[in-house]
Ligand binder design. Structure first.
Ligand code: NAG
Ligand code: NAG
Ligand code: NAG
Length: 348
C-alpha cells in the first residue's frame, strides 16, 4: 500500500513534470505559434490515475512535450489503458520513451534501449514499438551499420516483455540496402486479418536516388521476413526529393499511408497521405495532411498513426520548437481522433 505522504510526493512529482497545453484544435492559422502553446502550463493536476480518455467525438491537438522528441512512434496498450511514445536518440537516451494515461499529459522521458546492437554504431532513428502478443513487444529502429560508410543505415529489431522495456537488440540487422542509399524509418502494421507487416523508406536521397517506401510481410513473431518487399509510393517532383517516415493504418476498407516529404530541417517538412483498397499494391497519393501553419506547427512530420480497437485513429508527430527549423529540437505533438471518410483523411 502506498502511504499518503508518498502518494502526495508522487502526485507532486507527476504534476510538476506533466505538461498540458490548451488545445489549439481547429486553429488553421497560418502563423507559427508554437511558442504560445509551449509557454502554457498545466493549471490543474494531471489525472494520472484516470483511465477515462479524451472525448471521442472531438478532435484535439496538443503540444505533448516541450523538449525534443523527434520522429515519435506510438503504441497503445489496452491492458493498462496506457499510451506510449518512443523517439529518436536525444539527450534523454538512445530511445527515450514517454507515456500517458489520457493522451494529453505525458511522463518525463526515460531510456528504454541500453545498446544499439552489436551490428550498429551511434544513434537510433525513428523507433516504432508494436505489441505482437502478451509479453512480446518488438521495436523496429534505424541505426548505422558498424562496418559500412556513414549512410549505411539498416533496420534493426529489439524485443521486450513490456512496453517500458528494457528492449534487447538482436545481433544482426533485419534489412539493409546500401546499394540504394540505406534504409530508415521502419514502422509496424497489423492488417485486419491479423497478418503483420513492416514499412520503411529506402534512403535513396543519400546517394541522389529515389526514395521508395516499401512494405513486406512479417512472421508471427513480428520480425521474420516473409515473401518479397513491394513499393507503395516513391518521391515525385512535388516532394522536395524524398518521401519518408511511413506509417500505415486501416480504416473502413481503406489503407492509409501517412508519410513526410522535403528536408526534415526545413519548414517544407510535412505529412501527406496516400491510399489503397488493397494492401499489396501501389498506393495513390491523395493530398497534404499537415504542413507548417496547420495548428500552429512548424515543419510537422515523422508521424505515426495507430488504429485503436477500430474505434478511432490517433497520431503523434513532431514540430520544430523554434518555429523555423529542427535546430532547437522537435517537440512531440498529439492529434486524437483523425477523421476518415471513404479514402479521405482529415484532422476533422
Ligand atoms: C517544460 O515543462 C516543464 C513542466 O511544465 C517546465 O517545468 C519547464 O520549465 C518547461 N520548459 C520550457 C523550456 O518551457
Ligand atoms: C464530447 O464532445 C461533444 C462535442 O463537444 C459533446 O457534445 C459531448 O457531450 C462530449 N461528451 C462527453 C462524454 O464529454
Ligand atoms: C526523387 O528523388 C531523387 C533524389 O532526390 C531525385 O533524383 C529524383 O529526381 C526524384 N524523383 C522525382 C520523380 O522527382
Amino acid at each position: 500500500m502506498v502511504s499518503a505522504t508518498l502518494f502526495v510526493t508522487l502526485l507532486g512529482t507527476i504534476t510538476s513534470i506533466a505538461f498540458a497545453a490548451p488545445a489549439p484544435a481547429k486553429s488553421h492559422s497560418t502563423t507559427i505559434a508554437v511558442k504560445t502553446v509551449a509557454a502554457a502550463k498545466a493549471t490543474t493536476s494531471a489525472k494520472v490515475t484516470t483511465s477515462a480518455q479524451f472525448n471521442l467525438t472531438t478532435t484535439s491537438v496538443y503540444q505533448a512535450t516541450n523538449f525534443s522528441f523527434p520522429d515519435p512512434g506510438l503504441l497503445y496498450t489496452d491492458s493498462d489503458d496506457t499510451w506510449w511514445a518512443y523517439s529518436t536518440s536525444s539527450s534523454h537516451g538512445l530511445v527515450p520513451m514517454v507515456k500517458s494515461a489520457d493522451f494529453k499529459t505525458w511522463s518525463k522521458p526515460t531510456n528504454v534501449l541500453s545498446s544499439v546492437g552489436s551490428w550498429a554504431t551511434g544513434a537510433v532513428w525513428a523507433p516504432d514499438v508494436r505489441r505482437i502478443n502478451a509479453g512480446h513487444f518488438v521495436m523496429y529502429y534505424t541505426a548505422r551499420r558498424k562496418t559500412g560508410p556513414s549512410n549505411d543505415h539498416c533496420i534493426g529489431i529489439a524485443t521486450a516483455c513490456s512496453a517500458d522495456g528494457p528492449f534487447t537488440p538482436q545481433t544482426q540487422p533485419l534489412i539493409c540496402d546500401l546499394a540504394n542509399g540505406g534504409v530508415i524509418d521502419a514502422s509496424g502494421f497489423e492488417a485486419p486479418n491479423g497478418e503483420l507487416y513492416i514499412v520503411w523508406k529506402v534512403d535513396g536521397n543519400s546517394v541522389g536516388k529515389s526514395t521508395p517506401v516499401k512494405l513486406q510481410r512479417l512472421g508471427a513473431n513480428g520480425y521474420d521476413l516473409l515473401g518479397s518487399p513491394i513499393t507503395l509510393i516513391s518521391n515525385d517532383s512535388s516532394d522536395g526529393g524524398l518521401t519518408e517516415a511511413p506509417s500505415l493504418v486501416h480504416r473502413d476498407g481503406w489503407y492509409y499511408l501517412f508519410y513526410s516529404t522535403h528536408n526534415y530541417n526545413t519548414l517544407g517538412y510535412d505529412v501527406k497521405y496516400a491510399v489503397s483498397k488493397k494492401l499489396n499494391a501501389p498506393f495513390k497519393k491523395v493530398s497534404s495532411f499537415l504542413s507548417s501553419g496547420t495548428f500552429g506547427t512548424a515543419g510537422p512530420g515523422g508521424a505515426t498513426a495507430i488504429n485503436v480497437g477500430n474505434k478511432y485513429i490517433n497520431m503523434v508527430f513532431h514540430s520544430d520548437i523554434n518555429g523555423k527549423s529542427a535546430g532547437k529540437g522537435r517537440a512531440m505533438w498529439s492529434l486524437s481522433n483523425v477523421c476518415f471518410n471513404d479514402g479521405i483523411a482529415t484532422a476533422c
